[in-house]
Design a protein around this ligand. Structure first.
Ligand code: CP
Length: 311
């Protein structure tokens, strides 16, 4: 693997999932693999899981890790040709090249504005690092995708499935804040890439980018969509067409034990209890959110290992 900025960068998905499961069985098998190599993680936004699991993954491979909260450094400029006489102090052209002097791999987290769809879809932060850095880039969640989370979710389904082709449903949930589309986008692309029975349920108006959903069935009736599901992945996202808007706060879309039936409950976390999902689900044995969070380490580890192989 040369970089990991979206799930298409994985050369062999089923083999990669199996490799991650093997790494989980013996996380320190390749503990010398990344010796003398450094991962620099850049955070433009908050994180709990991504930050800790990616650092743990790198350390399991023997790498050194440096973390930079971008809010602690100089204000970066991303536009070309700007007269930098206002608030920005350093251009990403220099910053990305400088960080490349200290890093063998750079990982970046940069959320969307949710105000300007075109700008968000241009992925100007992630793509600037891809363009100007001289080392491979890992996407730790960008404006439109969260490929480490999606790989984690595929690993978790592979571990837990009890039939060759389980039914997996992505179900929208209410949320008081406008949230990005990244997790849903990458989950959909990942589910389209593995052999499962996959569908999406959400209220009208919450259609995601059709270039991503493609032919995946969309059912506006949540109860009908969830029938006989094996895995229910719950996630809020703001409207894509009315970009970044909250159109519906209907609490009836919250996931309950009754609606979940016998399915496993999945969520990327963090999750708002009794808004997105009721306590009874999260506190039940059907919830696999902690297993997902644990698998974040092995998803990151397999990605870093495959990139190290190509350095
Ligand atoms: N799921 C996830 O990416 O969690 P964090 O935002 O805490 O990293």
């Amino acid at each position: 693997m040369k970089k990991y900025t979206n799930i298409n960068d994985i050369p062999n998905l089923s083999e990669t999932i199996q490799q991650a499961i093997q790494l989980k069985e013996n996380p320190f098998r390749f503990s010398e693999f990344g010796k003398y190599k450094t991962l620099v993680m850049l955070f433009f936004n908050s994180s709990l899981r991504t930050r800790l699991s990616t650092e743990k993954a790198a350390k399991n491979l023997g790498m050194q890790v440096m973390v930079l909260n971008v809010s602690d450094t100089w204000n970066l400029e991303f536009e070309d040709g700007t007269i930098m006489n206002l608030n920005t102090s350093e251009h990403v052209k220099e910053a990305a090249q400088v960080i490349s002097q200290y890093a063998d791999i750079i990982a970046v987290r940069a959320f969307p504005t949710l105000k300007d769809r075109l700008k968000d879809e241009q992925e100007f932060v992630l793509n600037s690092f891809i363009k100007y850095a001289s080392v491979p880039i890992v996407n730790m969640e960008s404006s439109t995708s969260h490929p480490l989370q999606a790989l984690t979710d595929a690993i978790t389904i592979e571990e837990l499935k009890t039939k060759p082709k389980p039914k997996v449903v992505l179900s929208w949930a209410p949320h008081p804040k406008a949230l990005p589309h990244a997790v849903a986008n990458s989950f959909i692309k990942m589910m389209q890439s593995i052999d499962i029975n996959f569908s999406i349920t959400h209220p009208k108006g919450y259609e995601l980018n059709q270039e991503i959903t493609k032919n995946t069935p969309i059912n506006y009736n949540q109860e009908d969509a969830l029938k006989d599901a094996d895995f229910v992945y719950v996630k809020n996202w703001s409207s894509y067409n009315d970009y970044g808007q909250i159109l519906n706060e209907d609490t009836n879309w919250m996931m309950t034990q009754e609606k979940l039936g016998k399915a496993k409950f999945m969520h990327c976390l963090p999750v708002r209890r009794n808004v997105v999902v009721e306590d009874a689900v999260l506190d039940s044995e059907q919830s696999v959110v902690i297993q997902q969070a644990n698998n974040r380490t092995y998803a990151a580890q397999v990605v870093l290992k495959q990139i190290l192989e190509n350095l």
